[in-house]
Design a protein around this ligand. Structure first.
Ligand SMILES: NC(=O)c1ccc[n+]([C@@H]2O[C@H](COP(=O)([O-])OP(=O)(O)OC[C@H]3O[C@@H](n4cnc5c(N)ncnc54)[C@H](O)[C@@H]3O)[C@@H](O)[C@H]2O)c1
Length: 372
């Protein structure tokens, strides 16, 4: 099969650090034929780092979309402009991989959902790399196999310092003065919610409270969220984007079941999933060198474009993640518990490499198991 001819719209930090490192290893599936960035300087920077011909770059995404040597586009622009460009891409007849979230608020989320009906012939994948992350998919497979019995409690915490640092995501002015609801909790928080939905299923009710305690961002820095899942399990998610340094914290997710406990922990370089069974024995799976799911996400998109396979990262799945963040903010505004309409999607499907028996074939990184 010929590689998909891909155009990149937006070539900033996410493309530079997350998508390009995966794409350059996938020349059997993708060839980047053109790129567009509103900033000519960023376009030149991307051409230099990728080795692509600068003549393939433009500052106008419409010029890129008018090319007939592009089958699909990756849209990776600031959140307030995602929807308009996503729509332009579909209207130009391109398949679309669009970064998360599905817009700035509930109104744009609905507009995103409408795109599925309006452009039925195109593949659309909304980026959610946590759906494709090896450690999370492994944890999900264990849960599906009944490894901890029935889940009754989830505890998940993410606390760390967040101040602008050159070359890091929080250096972008559009994140410091967000023109989208919830700021960092919509931008980064949707990934944690994706993990929660992958492992605990759909959320029925939330009660959220927020604090504004970081003067470098114009959004709440802290969110404490109690959740009731459709299964009846309960959980708590705490996110703290602190202005001052915080001591090293485990930042892990713990899932307590009737027959065991599952813990997801560790930084990107070494993700760990530890199962502690009721008899005290443990199994630890260690994942080193995984890319947090970007390679697998691109595999899913390629299979959909070339073979007509359904994708896991649908618009509806991304909207379901976003709506939990929005419900948390509504709950904080109203000082009340907010009920969610449990989506008819039936949870997040578990992605596996196409044609593979296991979960990790053909993906980057190493996987090691130890039993005690
Ligand atoms: N999946 C993930 O892990 C992840 C991580 C970071 C960012 N993201 C998402 O990726 C997107 C981009 O984030 P980023 O950190 O790369 O931001 P960024 O600011 O570093 O890059 C965005 C780029 O888009 C360009 N741009 C802005 N408007 C444009 C337009 N109209 N046409 C063409 N180019 C335009 C900017 O010049 C900039 O170079 C966001 O939607 C964000 O939510 C996802």
């Amino acid at each position: 099969m010929n590689p998909i001819r891909l155009g990149l719209i937006g070539t900033g930090l996410a493309v530079e650090h997350l998508h390009w490192p995966a794409l350059r290893q996938m020349t059997d599936r993708f060839v980047v034929t053109a790129f567009a960035d509103r900033s000519a300087e960023q376009g030149r920077r991307f051409a230099a780092l990728s080795g692509l011909d600068p003549a393939r770059g433009t500052t106008d995404h419409r010029e890129l979309l008018a090319r007939d040597d592009i089958d699909a586009v990756l849209v990776s622009v600031p959140i307030p402009v995602l929807y308009g460009i996503a729509r332009d891409a579909l209207a130009a007849g391109k398949h679309l991989l669009c970064e998360k979230p599905t817009g700035t608020d509930e109104e744009q989320a609905r507009a995103f959902l409408d795109l599925e009906r309006e452009f039925p012939g195109r593949v659309v994948l909304v980026g959610e790399n946590y759906f494709y992350r090896d450690d999370i998919r492994h944890a999900r497979a264990l849960l599906d196999d009944g490894a901890i019995g029935k889940l009754h409690l989830m505890a998940y915490r993410r606390a760390g310092q967040m101040v602008p640092r050159e070359g890091r995501f929080n250096s972008t002015p559009w994140r410091q003065r967000p023109q989208y609801r919830g700021g960092v909790h919509l931008d980064a928080g949707v990934h944690d919610i994706a993990q929660i939905r992958m492992l605990c299923g759909e959320v029925a009710r939330v009660h959220g409270v927020v604090q504004w305690a970081n003067s470098t961002i114009d959004s709440p820095s802290d969110l404490a969220l109690n959740l009731t899942f459709a299964s009846g399990a309960i959980g708590n998610y705490t996110a703290c984007y602190s202005e001052v340094p915080v001591p090293a914290e485990p930042n892990d997710m713990r899932l307590y079941g009737t027959e065991g406990v599952l813990v997801l922990s560790g930084p990107q370089e070494e993700r760990r999933v530890t199962l502690t069974r009721a008899d005290g024995t443990t199994r630890t799976d260690v994942f080193r060198g995984i890319d947090n799911g970007y390679f697998a996400e691109l595999c899913d998109f390629a299979d959909a474009v070339r073979l007509g396979e359904p994708v896991v990262g649908t618009i509806a799945q991304s909207v379901a993640n976003m709506r939990i963040v929005l419900a948390a903010l509504d709950s904080a505004d109203r000082a009340a518990v907010v009920a969610l309409e449990v989506s008819g999607e039936g949870g997040v499907p578990l992605w596996r490499p196409r044609g593979a028996d296991g979960l990790f074939e053909g993906l980057p990184g190493r996987h090691q198991i130890s039993e005690e």
